[in-house]
Design a protein around this ligand. Sequence first.
Ligand SMILES: [Zn+2]
Length: 54
Amino acid sequence: MRCHYCDRDADVAVEKDGVKVGVCEEHFQEQMEELSDSDALENLREELDIDGAE
Ligand SMILES: [Zn+2]
């Protein structure tokens, strides 16, 4: 899967407007910052264990 925002390989898949899209780690973190007010963010972080990922 390819990143939705650039041409790199996607590291994770996220749901955007009901559609799953791939994003690279850099763009994933950008999206997370935009979503920082959302409870879904916390759930997603726990699910993906972002802090522990290389
Ligand atoms: Zn990207």
